[in-house]
Design a protein around this ligand. Structure first.
Ligand SMILES: COC(=O)c1ccnc(N)c1
Length: 254
């Protein structure tokens, strides 16, 4: 998988070099390239933003640097991936569709993701129009109903959620199967040794007896029940039928 990231804060993406992701890159499972949007400006101040037309607070990211940067990054990617290669262009955006585990599953099977990190109040709408008109596939993805100062933090989260599902990245693929949301439910409670623990306040806490029974069928059934109970208690919405268009996996509505 190839991942390109366009940002005015390349250093924000440094954590992509670390740990699991760093190893995946060294193992050649993921190829991550971070690009500075300001490298695609031509004025002395390397300007990427301007006041909103029509008035309003804050600044809007100008279309020229974005159009030039995206064309350049896509062309460079095609040099290596082939002329027919096409990235899914992801704009982390609070107005996007919710990024969910299903989205991560879907995107982990794509050969090329291109993340475009907006800052300030956002990106000039004509950039989206321009990309869509040129046939690119876009997705606006939201991590939840809150606002960040920029898309970079979202890219770190989305990249981790996606890349960890790429075959070979996580040593034991079985560990991906019973996680929260992997089957639409929250994960059951987890325990490890000691089987009986005396807490600092003197309370003795034992693990559920069933887990020490060695009866794997009954343990599996208990865990499935615990997942259902936990989901019903904490996230009853996950038990409701999905509404249409529930995940950030397709081009945004115009
Ligand atoms: C600038 O990006 C955001 O504020 C953002 C991106 C993705 N999800 C969010 N909830 C916010």
């Amino acid at each position: 998988m190839r991942i390109d990231v366009l940002t005015i804060f390349p250093d924000y993406l440094a954590p992509l070099e670390l740990s699991l992701l760093g190893k995946a890159r060294r193992d050649g499972l993921v190829d991550v390239r971070v690009h500075d949007l300001r490298d695609f400006t031509h004025d002395r101040h390397r300007t990427v933003d301007d006041s909103p037309l029509g008035g309003g607070a804050g600044m809007v990211m100008k279309p020229e640097p974005w159009a030039e940067a995206l064309e350049s990054v896509i062309a460079a990617g095609r040099e290596e991936l082939g002329d027919d290669a096409a990235p899914l262009i992801v704009f982390p955006n609070p107005a996007g569709a919710p990024f969910a585990q299903a989205t991560a599953q879907s995107w982990s099977q794509r050969p090329w993701l291109l993340f475009a990190c907006g800052r300030y109040e956002g990106i000039d709408e004509r950039v989206y129009e321009h990309l869509a008109a040129r046939g690119h596939e876009l997705a606006l993805a939201s991590l939840g109903d809150y606002v960040l100062n920029g898309g970079e933090v979202a890219v770190l989260a989305i990249t981790e959620a996606v890349v960890r599902l790429v075959p070979g990245v996580v040593g034991n693929a079985a560990s991906l199967v019973e996680e929260s949301h992997s089957d639409g439910l929250l994960e059951y409670p987890l325990y490890t040794r000691p089987a009986t623990w005396t807490a600092p306040d003197g309370t003795v806490r034992a693990v559920p007896e069933i887990l020490l029974s060695g009866d794997h069928a009954r343990i599996a059934a208990w865990r499935a029940e615990q997942s259902r109970l936990r989901t019903a208690e904490r996230r009853p919405d996950l038990l409701a039928p999905p509404a249409p268009g529930d995940a950030a996996d397709t081009a945004p509505a115009s």
